[in-house]
Design a protein around this ligand. Sequence first.
Ligand code: 9MR
Length: 351
Amino acid sequence: MRPCTLATAALFAAALATALPAGAVDSLRNLAQSAGIRFGTAVNVEALNTDAAYARLLAREFNLVTPENALKFSVVQPERGRFDFTQADALVAFAEAHRMQVNGHVLVWDQQLPDWLTQGHFSPDELKAILHEHIRTLVTRYRGRVASWDVAAEAVGEDGKPRETFWSRGIGPDYLALAFRWAHEADPRARLRYNDYGGEGAGAKSDGIYTLVADLRVHRVPIDAVGLQMHVGLNDAPRPEDVRLNMKRLAALGLETDVTEMDVMLQLPADRADLKAQAGLYRAMLQACLAVPLCRSFSTWGATDHYSWIPEFFPGRGAALLFDMDGHPKPAYYSVRRLLRRAAESSPAIE
Ligand code: 9MR
């Protein structure tokens, strides 16, 4: 979409936003708030700007939003030194109009990098300068408006060892510590997070993530939280009990946790039994989070099945989220809501 069209669409979304209800009493966001956590989703900003029903659904049900792609390196700095915040600005404005928190995603990742960067043959010092400038520019722009940042993501391999990435190759092993320090310098009050998949429960990767963040803590690197992505299927999800224990051991390091990107992909077309099993998994993972005081939020990687990354990446699979293709609640939505209501009845509210 051309910038002027996007800007017009953003204005439309903002105007529409003021007419929306700030979450019905029984919405996920309101129940979650009473239960002491935030309930979030990744947001497709193009859809936010063009699909009024989607915007209404987001405003009603969620109080935490993560731009699904709008702040990724190739989107936000498509050419060296030229930053494009059109989409991210639209999302932050929408979030502010609806009293939602924003999680910035993602500063150091080795996907969605622009060609000028990956093919630029930069020296370690040049790459450090580029990354520093990138982090400083993004975090400063949204200081006080983006409450937390995924500073780094997916830096640990399946074997638990640090993964070799574009950044580790180009800068060396201290790129992670540097990134957290630079983000902290740019906004000392932002909550800084490490975010990964496949290490939510027990196992080598979970241990590797634990070792990595423990080491950052020992070296007084400003890290506040660990994000557990939770992209799962019905047969490969971690045991909820292991997720709880993992959250607890991270809490013992002084780290908060979040479920950051949950979705449960199903074989299409999804049948009733699968939708029921899916509901059970969402419920169990939410329950693990609710059981650990330092687990602060629970987010799904998209709101409706219509705007989910799964069918494109896993042909024949999908139906992974809480709302169906038409934005109607699925069994998983009702399970999550019931559990939040129960938790809300026995828990103090957060600010
Ligand atoms: O959902 C995102 C999709 O639209 C992008 O094409 C993709 C690019 O790799 O990234 C997806 O989001 C990822 C997130 O940024 C990091 N964790 C895994 C998510 C799913 O791949």
